[in-house]
Write a protein that binds this ligand. Structure first.
Ligand SMILES: Cc1ncc(COP(=O)(O)O)c(C=O)c1O
Length: 444
């Protein structure tokens, strides 16, 4: 046997990290006894907070019955009941659920369902997906092909289909050099132009995050954005696929992000907050007209081994019950409003904050070197990591943009668990205030 004191693990970072000892509510403690506030819910996942004893009980109860049963051999009650809950509380046209174990799998499944739907309908030429720049849809090759987020996709570009992208509505740095509302929503209208360029008969779906998460930091579209998108998709028979992996389950102050603008999507990808970090779980929800087309000709040619297992679904069902019955969506809305107002207060104080944005408890700070010109910090200064490290020193975890491959621009996500209370919001802001002060000094 090999013996060594080395740590054999590797991830995206080489940084030595503290060992987690315990987590409860919005707080976490490392092995040395240091306390941290989880100011970004891990990777914007722990919506119901840490250490909820109700989940512990559900896991213990389910463990006595069955951890695992394979979905082609047994149906299981938690899977059926969670699907019923998802259909009940989502938009009225959604009535079918397909389980997976994570966000990338959810996005891949949405793409493949969409493609197989068109294939079975005799529209086999439709294989292209259009997405936006920037965006993040996952790390597997299908979801990554939709992604436009250099740090996570540049080395892998030769491995993927090169799908067309349109600009995201990044009004702070408008790609058309216009100013909202004195623009013609060119970024939304680019969808129609791109569909025409590619040939409508070749386009299967448009994939979009209702509020852009990791790649640009809580980017909220203008209020009339999605009506243009929706109309364009309908006009050309292109399926509208919403990636609600980050925005779902109350994160943005509504149960699902699409509710902000009454978007009628064809397929929605879900994960993260769905099981809030207590178990790997994700799903797509869609309408029966899409599923029937696939099921009538032999079934969906896709699936993952762990999908829809009883334990994952039992946990997901309890998490969803807690989100509804503890009114966490409402709390996300009201605490989000308070936190955003506090972040604006910090903006007045700290010149390095270029913009505060987001909805509910999916909020972000964009950092700039010059507020008037909106000039970003030089890439090599890694301002977002400087702030993230300074926050960590103050006992606050925030979620930075990835630093690889020279992508300029800095943001951090501030997205605490949806259980956060007023006093805790104030504590988050105090710690962030100290971290911003340190960051400003370092960046000078
Ligand atoms: C919008 C969005 N889609 C998909 C994913 C991929 O999810 P996972 O990391 O669970 O595969 C993420 C992860 O951050 C995400 O934010």
């Amino acid at each position: 046997m090999k013996e060594s004191s080395e740590n054999y693990l590797f991830y995206q970072t080489r940084k030595a990290l503290p060992f987690i000892q315990r987590a409860e509510g919005i707080h976490m403690w490392d092995r040395e006894g240091r306390e941290y506030i989880d100011g970004c819910s891990g990777a914007v996942i722990c919506n119901i907070g840490h250490g909820d004893r109700r989940i512990e009980k559900v896991i213990a109860d389910q463990a006595r019955e069955a951890f695992f049963a394979y979905r082609t051999q047994f149906e299981n009650e938690p899977a059926v009941l969670l699907a019923r809950d998802l259909v009940t509380y989502s938009a009225s046209h959604f009535n079918r659920v397909f389980y997976v174990s994570g966000g990338s799998e959810a996005v891949e499944s949405a793409m493949k369902l969409c493609r197989q739907y068109f294939y079975n309908r005799g529209e086999g030429s439709r294989y292209l997906f259009i997405s936006r720049t920037p965006c993040y849809h996952g790390s597997t090759l299908g979801a990554l092909a939709l992604t436009s987020y250099g740090p996570l996709e540049i080395p892998f570009r030769p491995l993927m289909v090169s799908y067309p992208k349109i600009p995201a509505p990044y009004c702070y740095r408008c790609p058309y050099h216009k100013e909202y509302p004195h623009c013609d929503r060119e970024c939304a209208r680019a969808l129609e132009t791109t569909i025409q360029e590619q040939g409508p008969e070749n386009v299967a779906g448009f994939v979009v995050e209702p509020i852009v998460g990791a790649s640009i930091g809580a980017l909220v579209p203008p209020d009339d954005y999605f009506s243009i998108i929706q109309e364009t998709c309908r006009k050309y028979g292109v399926l509208l696929i919403l990636d609600e992996v980050m925005t779902g389950f109350g994160r943005t102050g509504k149960l699902f992000g699409y509710e902000h603008w009454n978007v009628e999507a064809d397929i929605v990808a879900l994960s993260k907050g769905m099981a809030s970090g207590y178990y790997p779980l994700g799903a797509i929800i869609t309408r029966s007209s899409i599923v029937d087309e696939v099921m009538e000709k032999g079934g969906f040619a896709h699936g993952h081994t762990y999908a829809g297992n009883p334990m994952a679904c039992a946990v997901g069902r309890e998490v969803f019950r807690i989100i509804r019955e503890d009114h966490l969506v409402e709390n996300s809305f009201s605490m989000g409003k308070m936190l955003k107002a506090e972040l604006h207060r910090l903006e007045e104080k700290h010149e390095i904050i270029g913009q505060v944005r987001g909805k509910g408890l999916l909020l972000a700070l964009e950092l700039v070197r010059d507020r008037d010109t909106r000039e970003p910090f030089p890439v090599e200064k890694e301002a977002n990591l400087v702030l993230t490290d300074a926050a960590c020193e103050e006992g606050l975890i925030v979620y930075p943009r990835r630093p690889l491959y020279g992508l300029s621009g800095d943001h951090v996500l501030v997205a605490p668990p949806l259980i956060v209370q007023e006093a805790e919001v104030r504590e988050i802001v105090e710690r962030l205030d100290r971290a911003l002060k340190k960051t400003s000094e370092k960046m000078r």
